[in-house]
Design a protein around this ligand. Structure first.
Ligand code: ADP
Ligand code: ADP
Length: 218
């Protein structure tokens, strides 16, 4: 469960997130919907502990990370196009991450299989398509078998097949009882992927609702 309570983030004179309060429950996919610049990435960085709130609090299963990155075993994240060393293979990349975070190496093969990259695990990641890169990012997010998954605009630029793959995987991870929080600026995508919605605009939470209620009110 993710709980944001009156959380704000200011950069100099600019307010990126303005008193946001919302809850993300386990066992469902919750969409984080808002236009570009609304404050989604900033909020996600605070949930993960990559940034500290200026005021208010954000917790994940009761723990506030506030500026200390959440461990990979607690929170897995797929952030926008994180650069992977192009000369390294998917296997090498995941193994390095497992070794630095104390995750057993057998987990590398498990996540490669889970995202369908086993056959290309030893090829250079530099030759991967965008969709394969997203699969590798998803494998990294799942490496620690975390109860909480956060994805920032994961379908941007993907082809329809890649979008369907992400959507199906997120639904399965939620059905396993995990907390899944996924941002998007596309209502059409959220209508197909999410159960609940947190809607944000100009740093403020405008609505917290089920997708069904949001659509019937629109
Ligand atoms: P979204 O992810 O919804 O597109 P962001 O969280 O990236 O929105 O940005 C929200 C607002 O905060 C924007 O106006 C953006 O320019 C500003 N912002 C984000 N990060 C920084 C930063 N490091 N320094 C200054 N302003 C920032
Ligand atoms: P770098 O920042 O040099 O790319 P790593 O990829 O090894 O380094 O990651 C550094 C730390 O960031 C890891 O120890 C891990 O805790 C965290 N981390 C990496 N990938 C993820 C992810 N997908 N989700 C959450 N945390 C991650």
């Amino acid at each position: 469960m993710i709980e944001a309570r009156a959380v704000s983030k200011r950069y100099g004179g600019r307010t990126a997130v303005d008193g946001a309060t919302f809850t993300v429950v386990p066992g469902a996919v919750t969409g984080f919907l808002g236009p570009n610049g609304a404050g989604k990435s900033t909020t996600i960085r605070m949930i993960m502990g990559l940034d500290a709130p200026t005021s208010g609090s954000v917790t994940v299963n009761g723990k506030a990370y506030a500026g200390h990155a959440a461990p990979l075993r607690e929170v897995g994240a797929l952030l926008e196009a994180k650069a992977v060393h192009p000369g390294r293979s998917a296997y090498h990349h995941l193994l390095a991450l497992a070794l630095t975070t104390g995750i057993p190496r057998r987990r590398v093969e498990e996540v490669l299989d889970l995202v369908g990259l086993t056959g290309v695990a030893h090829q250079r990641a530099g030759g991967f398509s965008l969709g394969m890169g997203q699969r590798l990012g998803m494998a990294a997010a799942l490496l620690g078998d975390p109860a909480t998954l956060i994805l920032d605009e994961p379908v941007n630029g993907l082809d329809p097949q890649g979008i369907r793959w992400i959507r199906t995987l997120l639904r399965r991870l939620a059905a396993e009882g995990r907390t899944v929080f996924v941002s998007s600026h596309l209502m059409s995508e959220m209508a197909l992927t999410a159960d609940h919605l947190v809607v944000i605009g100009r740093g403020r939470v405008i609505a917290e609702t089920s997708v069904r209620d949001f659509i019937s009110r629109a």
